[in-house]
Write a protein that binds this ligand. Structure first.
Ligand SMILES: [Zn+2]
Length: 111
């Protein structure tokens, strides 16, 4: 599988597919993003179906990412996108975040 892409998550590590699968299984294919309840301030995980595995802390300046399980978690497409946008330094995404999150959670189900 030799494909090049500008996608930040394109992996050069041939073991990535296996690592990814293992993390998804560990996290029960549920998004591990910590959500704070608007009203109570209680924290809980998102829990939406996850199909992305993300690095909690990304390496800086082109160094290889830390692929150890403690640095990886499953995320739903929404939170993965949000985190990636945040990492890109798009502050304006932050401003829209609350509204979009409310919209997201009002969905009856994730397809
Ligand atoms: Zn999520």
């Amino acid at each position: 599988m030799a494909w090049s892409s500008s996608n930040r998550d394109a992996r050069f590590n041939p073991g990535w597919e296996r690592t990814r699968k293992r993390i998804l299984e560990r996290d029960h294919h549920r998004c591990q993003w910590i959500v704070t309840d608007w009203h109570t301030g209680a924290k809980h995980i998102c829990g939406y179906p996850a199909n992305e595995v993300d690095h909690k802390v990304r390496a800086k300046n082109g160094e290889p990412d830390d692929d150890s399980p403690s640095n990886l978690w499953a995320l739903c497409p929404y939170h993965h996108k949000q985190k990636t946008a945040r990492e890109s330094g798009e502050a304006r995404v932050e401003k829209r975040r609350s509204r979009e999150e409310a919209e997201w959670y009002s969905r009856p189900a994730f397809r």
